[in-house]
Design a protein around this ligand. Structure first.
Ligand code: F6P
Length: 776
C-alpha cells in the first residue's frame, strides 16, 4: 500500500497542478474575450452615436442632446452616455449615471487630447472612489466630438461590466470542478493500472524470486506479457539456472568429499564436470588463450519473419550446436561457422563478428559466407549427398560428383583461412574442428600454423574400410584428417574403422597399441569421446509450471486431439532417423493392442532439414504421407494415432513434450550418438518415462536402461511401445534414475574436458624459426 501511495501521490500533485494551470488559463482567456467583445461593441456604438451627436452640437444642443443621451442610456449593460464640452463639463448625461460623471473622466480627456477613441476598465474598487452609491465595475469608452475639424467636446459611453466578472466566476467554478474530477479519475485509473500491471506482478515476481533463492523452484508467476517483465523473467531464469547449477555442483562436491572418495583417479571419474569446472580447467590448460571452434552449422541464425518483417533468432536443430554451445559458454572463445540465416548479414560487424547468445553475450561468432553455388556443391552435394549416406550406411546411394568435390576443397580452404585469420596473434592456439564438412581443414590449418593444436571431432559414424573405399577421394579425405593432432569419434568401433581405413587408403604407420597414426613424422591420436548434453541440474523445474498430466492435456488441446497417453519423437526429418519404421511400429502396436486406440497418440516433432536436396524433400513428403495413411486406418473424430508436427521447435517447446510423454522413441537406422536420447533422460527430473532406443545409435552404448530395439524389426518396435506404456512406475523410476546418472556424469562438459585435456597434453613439434602471424 505504501509503495502504491508513493507512486500515486506525485501523480495526484502533478495532475492537480496541470488541471489548475489549465483552469487559470481558461479563466484568463474567457475574461479577455468578454472584455474585447465589450470594447468592440462600445466602439461601434460610440462611432454611430458620434455621427448623431456632432450635428446636434451646433443647433439647440442641450435639449436635443439630453433626449439622445436618454434614448441610448437604456441598452443592455450600457449604464449611460455623457456628452462633454471642450472644457470637460457635461452638456448632457444619462440621469441614472452618477453625478460624479458630470465632470469629464480622465479617459475622455485623453481621447480629446489624442483626437481619437480611448477605452478604460475601472474595477468596483476604483468606482467606489468615484461614487460610493454606485460601486460597480465599469468600462468607459470616449470619443472626440468635432466641429469644422476641431475638437469641441467628448462623448463617453459607460458600460456596467459586472456581468463579465459573473461570467468569469462561473467559468472559474466550472474549471475547478473539472480539475477536481479529472484528478480523481486519472489518479484512480492510474492506481488501478499501477496495481494491475506493476505492483501486483512485481510482488508476484518477488515471491517467485524468494522461492528460487530458497531452492524450491517454480515456474515464473502469471504476469502480463511485455518487454519489461519478459526481460526481467528471462534474466531471473538465467540467474536461477546458474544458481541451481552452482548449488548442485557444490552439493555434489560436498557429497563426494563426505563419502571419502579421496583417491584422485576415483574422484576424477566420479566428480561431476560442470560448466564452472570446465571453465577453470580450460583456463588452466589454455592459460587464458581463447578456444577456436569451426563448424558448418552456426549456433544462432538470424532470419527474417515474413509476416511482420522483424528479425528472429533461431537455434538450429543440430547435435553439434546442442553439444558445443555449453562448452563455448563455459570457455569464451570464437566459433567460426557458415552464416546461413537470411538476415545473418544484418547482425554482424565489419569483421563478420557478433557476440552471442543474444540475451547474455559470452563468446564470439564469426560468420563465413557461401554463395548458393558453393553451398550446393560443398554442403548439399559432397557433404550431404556424398559423405552423409556413405558414413551412415542407410540405404541411400552416396553421390560423388567431381564438381561437388571441387567446391568441398574450395570451402574447406575458405574456412581454414577464416580460422587462420582469427588465430593470428595467438601463440599455440587450440582449434576444435567439427564434423564431416571439414575433413581437409585440419591439414590446411596445421600447414600454416604448426604451433596450433588441432583436433577434429567426427559427429557421424565412420564406416568400415570397404564402404569408405567407395569414395573416389578417400585418400585426400584421410590425409586431410591426419593433419590433426587428435581425431575424436563417438565410440570405439568408429575409431577402429578409421584406423583400418587409414591402413588401406594411405601410406602411414598405424600404431594399434596406442591408437595413433604416424604419417610422414606427424602423429595423430584417435580416441572415442562420447558426446553428450549439459545436464540441467534442477533448472528445468524452473520452467515447468504444470504437472506431466496437465502438460499432456494442454498439448493435446493445442494439437486438437483427445488422448490420455502420449509418446514423442524429436528429429530432423532425415532418412537415417528411422521415422517411417517408427510409424510402422506404432501401426503394428495399435493393430495388436486395440485397447490403446483412442487413448494413445504419438507426437512426432520433425524439423524439416536439408530440403533443397531431392532425397530429403521426398522423404519429408513420405513421412507426412505415412502418418496420414496410418491415421486414416485408425482415427476417430477427436483422436488420431500420429500427429506430425512438421516445423522447427525451440528447446522450450520440445521440453514440454518430453515432460508430458510416457516414452520417447529414437529409432535411428544408424547414428553417431543421437543427443535426443540423452536430452530426454536429462529432462525427466520426475524420474518417469521410458526411452526406446535404437541399438544402431551411439547412445545405446551408454544408455543400456533404455528399451533397446532394432528399428528394422517392426514387431520389436510394437512390443517396445507396449512395454513402455505398461511399465510399472517403479521400473520406470529405476531405469530413468540410472540413465540420468549416466548422462549427468558423462555430460558434455566431461566430453569437452577430456577432449581438450588430451589435446593439450600432446607434445607439439614447433619448427625452430616459426613466427606467429600477426593480425592484419
Ligand atoms: O550428426 C551430425 C550433425 O552434424 C549433427 O550435429 C546435426 O544434427 C547434423 O549432423 C547436421 O545437420 P545440418 O546439416 O542441418 O547442419
Amino acid at each position: 500500500m505504501r509503495t502504491t501511495l508513493k507512486i500515486v501521490l506525485p501523480l495526484i500533485v502533478s495532475v492537480s497542478a496541470v488541471s489548475l494551470l489549465f483552469a487559470a488559463y481558461q479563466v484568463r482567456t474567457e475574461k479577455r474575450i468578454l472584455r474585447n467583445d465589450l470594447s468592440r461593441r462600445a466602439e461601434i456604438l460610440g462611432e454611430s452615436l458620434q455621427e448623431s451627436v456632432e450635428p446636434l452640437l451646433e443647433r439647440a444642443p442641450e435639449r436635443s442632446l439630453q433626449r439622445l443621451v436618454d434614448r441610448f442610456g437604456q441598452r443592455e449593460h450600457l449604464k449611460g452616455v455623457a456628452v462633454y464640452n471642450a472644457a470637460g463639463t457635461a452638456l448632457a448625461i444619462t440621469s441614472s449615471l452618477s453625478p460624479i460623471f458630470r465632470m469629464r473622466p480622465s479617459v475622455a480627456t485623453r481621447a480629446a487630447q489624442a483626437d481619437k477613441g480611448a477605452g478604460e476598465f475601472l474595477s468596483a474598487e476604483q468606482t467606489i472612489l468615484l461614487n460610493k452609491e454606485d460601486a460597480v465595475p465599469i468600462h468607459i469608452y470616449a470619443l472626440p466630438l468635432h466641429r469644422d475639424d476641431e475638437v469641441v467636446g467628448t462623448l463617453a459611453l459607460f458600460h456596467d461590466t459586472s456581468y463579465i466578472d459573473k461570467q468569469v466566476s462561473r467559468t472559474l467554478r466550472d474549471s475547478l470542478l473539472n480539475a477536481f474530477v479529472q484528478t480523481v479519475l486519472i489518479t484512480g485509473l492510474a492506481l488501478i493500472l499501477v496495481r494491475w500491471t506493476f505492483t501486483g506482478p512485481l510482488t508476484r515476481t518477488a515471491t517467485w524470486l524468494r522461492t528460487l533463492r530458497t531452492g524450491q523452484p517454480h515456474g515464473p508467476p502469471n504476469v502480463p506479457q511485455g518487454e519489461i517483465f519478459d526481460a526481467l523473467h528471462q534474466e531471473v531464469t538465467h540467474l536461477a539456472r546458474d544458481l541451481n547449477t552452482a548449488r548442485a555442483a557444490a552439493e555434489e562436491e560436498a557429497r563426494l568429499r563426505d563419502s571419502n572418495a579421496s583417491l584422485w583417479t576415483a574422484e576424477r571419474l566420479r566428480v561431476l564436470w560442470t560448466a564452472e569446472r570446465l571453465r577453470v580447467s580450460v583456463r588452466n590448460k589454455l592459460q587464458e588463450k581463447p578456444l577456436y571452434v569451426v563448424s558448418n552449422r552456426e549456433p544462432y541464425m538470424h532470419v527474417f519473419n515474413e509476416k511482420d518483417k522483424s528479425v528472429n533468432v533461431i537455434i538450429p536443430a543440430s547435435g553439434v550446436v546442442t553439444a558445443l554451445e555449453p562448452v563455448l559458454l563455459a570457455c569464451n572463445g570464437t566459433w567460426i561457422a557458415n552464416g546461413s540465416g537470411n538476415a545473418d548479414r544484418e547482425a554482424v560487424d565489419a569483421q563478420d563478428h557478433l557476440r552471442v547468445p543474444p540475451d547474455r553475450p559470452s563468446y564470439t561468432l564469426r560468420r563465413v559466407w557461401l554463395s548458393d553455388e558453393e553451398d550446393r556443391g560443398y554442403y548439399e552435394g559432397f557433404s550431404n549427398e556424398g559423405l552423409w549416406p556413405l558414413c551412415h550406411i542407410a540405404h541411400t546411394r552416396p553421390m560423388f560428383r567431381p564438381d561437388d568435390w571441387l567446391q568441398y576443397q574450395k570451402i574447406n580452404r575458405r574456412f581454414a583461412d577464416a580460422v587462420l585469420h582469427e588465430m593470428a596473434g595467438t601463440e599455440s592456439p587450440i582449434l576444435l574442428a567439427q564434423d564431416y564438412h571439414f575433413a581437409l581443414l585440419p591439414r590446411m590449418v596445421k600447414e600454416a600454423r604448426p604451433d596450433a593444436r588441432v583436433a577434429i571431432f567426427w559427429h557421424i559414424p565412420w564406416p568400415n574400410p570397404e564402404v569408405f573405399g567407395i569414395c573416389p577421394w578417400q585418400r585426400e579425405l584421410v590425409d586431410g584428417l591426419l593433419g590433426a593432432d587428435l581425431i575424436g569419434f563417438h565410440i570405439q568401433s568408429h575409431c577402429n574403422n578409421f584406423l583400418e581405413t587409414v591402413d588401406r587408403a594411405v601410406e602411414a604407420l598405424t600404431e594399434w597399441d596406442r591408437f595413433a597414426v604416424n604419417r610422414q613424422g606427424h602423429v595423430t591420436r584417435v580416441r572415442p569421446y562420447p558426446i553428450s548434453v549439459a545436464f540441467p541440474e534442477n533448472s528445468r523445474r524452473v520452467n515447468q509450471a504444470r504437472s506431466a498430466g496437465a502438460e499432456r492435456a494442454a498439448l493435446c488441446a493445442e494439437m486438437g486431439i483427445e488422448a490420455s497417453l502420449l509418446g514423442v519423437g524429436v528429429d530432423r526429418v532425415d532418412y537415417t532417423k528411422g521415422i517411417l519404421e517408427r510409424f510402422r511400429g506404432i501401426e503394428r502396436f495399435l493393430e495388436l493392442n486395440p485397447a490403446y486406440q483412442r487413448r494413445f497418440t504419438f507426437a512426432q516433432i520433425g524439423a524439416p532439414s536439408r530440403t533443397d536436396i531431392e532425397r530429403y524433400k521426398n522423404f519429408l513428403d513420405e513421412v507426412g504421407a505415412e502418418a496420414e495413411r496410418i491415421n486414416a486406418r485408425f482415427q476417430s473424430s477427436r483422436w488420431k494415432p500420429i500427429v506430425f508436427l512438421k516445423k522447427h521447435h525451440s528447446h522450450e517447446e520440445i521440453a514440454r513434450f518430453y515432460h508430458a510423454a510416457s516414452f520417447c522413441m529414437v529409432t535411428s537406422l544408424h547414428d553417431g550418438m543421437n543427443l535426443v536420447a540423452k536430452e530426454y533422460a536429462a529432462s525427466r527430473d520426475d524420474e518417469r518415462g521410458v526411452l526406446i532406443l535404437s541399438t544402431f545409435a551411439g547412445a545405446a552404448h551408454e544408455l543400456s536402461d533404455a528399451l533397446l530395439v532394432n528399428p528394422y524389426d517392426i514387431s520389436q518396435l510394437a512390443d517396445a511401445i507396449h512395454r513402455a506404456l505398461e511399465m510399472p512406475e517403479e521400473e520406470q523410476g529405476a531405469r530413468m534414475r540410472r540413465m540420468r546418472q549416466t548422462v549427468r556424469e558423462h555430460n558434455v562438459y566431461r566430453w569437452a574436458a577430456h577432449l581438450l585435456s588430451d589435446l593439450t597434453e600432446i607434445r607439439i613439434e614447433i619448427p625452430d624459426r616459426m613466427e606467429v602471424p600477426m593480425p592484419l
